[in-house]
Design a protein around this ligand. Sequence first.
Ligand code: ADP
Ligand code: ZN
Ligand code: ZN
Length: 764
Amino acid sequence: MQQQLFETEPAQWELDAREQRLVATVVLGGGAAGEYDYLVPDIFCDESLGDRLVETGRRLQVPFGRSNRRVVGYCVRLETKQVDAKRLKQVTGVVDTASLLSSAMLQLTKWMADYYLCPWGQVLEAVVPAGVRRLAGTRQVTLLKVPSDVAGNLESQPVSSKQQRRALDVLAASSEPLTASQLAAAAGCTAAPIKQLLKKGLVEGFTKRVASSEFDDINVPREKPLELNPDQRTALNEIFTALEAAEPQGLVLHGVTGSGKTEVYLQAIKRVIGFGRQAIVLVPEISLTPQTVRRFRARFDSVAVLHSHQSDVERHRHWQRIARGEVQVVVGARSAVFSPTPHLGLIVIDEEHESSFKQDTAPRYHARDVAWQRALAEGIPLVLGSATPALESWQRAKQGEFKLLTLPNRVMNLALPDVATIDLRDPGQTRTSRGGISRPLHQAMNTALQDGGQVMLLLNRRGFSTHIQCPACGEVLKCVDCDISLTFHRQKNKAICHYCDREELPPTACPECKSQAIRYGGLGTQKLEDEVRARFPQAVCARMDTDSMRSAGSHELVLDRFRHGEIQILLGTQMIAKGLDFPNVTLVGVVNADTALHLPDFRAGERTFQLVAQVAGRTGRGEKGGRVLVQTLNPDHPAIAAAVRHDYEKFSQHELAQRAELEYPPFGALLRIVIRGPSEEIARETAAHLSQQLKSNSSPEEAVRIIGPAVAPIPKLRGNFRFHIQMQAKQGETLRQVAQQSVAKLKLPKDVICTVDVDPWDML
Ligand code: ADP
Ligand code: ZN
Ligand code: ZN
């Protein structure tokens, strides 16, 4: 006892050296992890200095390491304490003129660092946008618009090239004026055609300082709140109650497609703004269309939109406006959850089941879980809306941890569409058709088009042929850098790897046996497009996938044309399945419901259910009603059978029972470690070594299951061989502890990279 005391208490001479000093604790954005203490000299303590004040959430310049090189770090703590002043270095500068992170945000980022096993500094770099860190300034910009006389008569304007035509159309269709570079990006052209348009007077320019907030909100006609139906009213009242309680509360809003969830959000937000507070609305990036944004701008004075195409300057400007409390509603993708709203009152996540809310680079956070932590820290409600809630959210609602709100019907008594499956195993369905469209689907399309309706076709595979195979020797052509079969793209006439974008010329003979009989098989959206054009030559058809939608704005252009009836058949990947609302769509065809069904991922069934249910929700939104045909080889699979009946309850019951048995989320926690490297042998050995470490670090009573190492389902990616280890336990905390201990001790060979994914969504 005596011994121990003697060791922990400082010696007398040490005490003498100590004094009360102001100490700033700093974490570095890059490089060394950990927290470092620095003395704050008096010159940085004078309140009247303002700009040079040391304060938490500002970045400081500090000397670091033996050579005392100057580095920049975030001040995460500031306190007067007893220190041995001689042992501490001093802060040498203050970078920011105002704090970038409130104490609530510092707390949130610390939670992320601990939870996702990521250095705090790296989290901070991810949370504070690059434009803000670089202090990208506001500036004068020239904005372009189409004069109204030109816009009124677009077709007959004297354009002299396809690019000019396109640029003019894109600008005319844009709801806001664009800068030249925004327009070039949206139209996929260079500056030259835009200059020509300016010269001809078809486009006019005006200058504007982009720091003004009114810039965002012009030209949106005002709309009044709708009269809610009883289900919406009940849901809204529950949210009101939660808002008044001024406590953290999770609410799962389960509403079928077209049930009016957005209207409930809008009216809840109105109340929040009435309290003088702000709201954050997260939507999947792909749903962040001008239509979505307009619905918010039509209701509220000041809406900031955050998405990934924004320039650093724009982002910085939004950030400043939000931080000053000038913004009432922030609408944005995943990272908008970090918006520096001074008095946050509500967070809404729409389509909360979407996998895009999980970030796939460090910090590998899930916006839903971060939002919940933020709700806890700020004492506010979090609303999670979906027609197909993630089972994690559903389970919390079922257990009473979150409140469940239900909108069981579509608005205005519209019926959910009839959904039927087409069993592709039955030769009667397919005999007369060679391509991807079965006889019944062809007939249904015909009928729909004849009745003046529009058709959507979903096929979740882009490209033309999804594999290239030699029938003589069986060889399947694969990417040399990834163990992935190449997809043939006919327009480019290239064989392309969908993981690393590597392109090669398609072979005319088998690279193995030189047989000339090489065959292009499998159906991609490009081949489907050809088939549709051949079958329905009188209809206008458009394809929407990441290949056809490369430039910003093109997505919007196609949807606008579809909305106005200029396109009759819209086909595409899951891009078309999300949140679109077209009353004239009377038929939705799912060309192959099985694409995700057999992936080695415990969420494969859930993803299939979500995709079919969501795309089915795109029809039957008008008076004409609508139907859905789902082509599948697995009509009896529980996920497909339930989606066909719009039966989320049944699906979740079945799926949860399976998850419970295997202790998969939400009944247990998962952690995935991927080891990758250019040498297969070294990567394998490292993974094996780590797995040993993990096993020896987990005590038997904590019941950690360690599966692997195994070759990852995608064994090779961008030249790196991949091995993975999966860890499973009842409590996530147990997994984090074991993983952190073992990974910290791991000495990684050169070029080998280890990534730790807490609550993984990507299992490939
Ligand atoms: P969800 O988000 O659940 O798919 P939306 O909020 O987009 O549904 O609503 C679908 C459509 O119904 C929208 O056009 C919306 O304006 C309309 N709508 C919503 N609530 C009502 C209501 N109470 N009365 C009439 N129309 C409504
Ligand atoms: Zn061959
Ligand atoms: Zn590749």
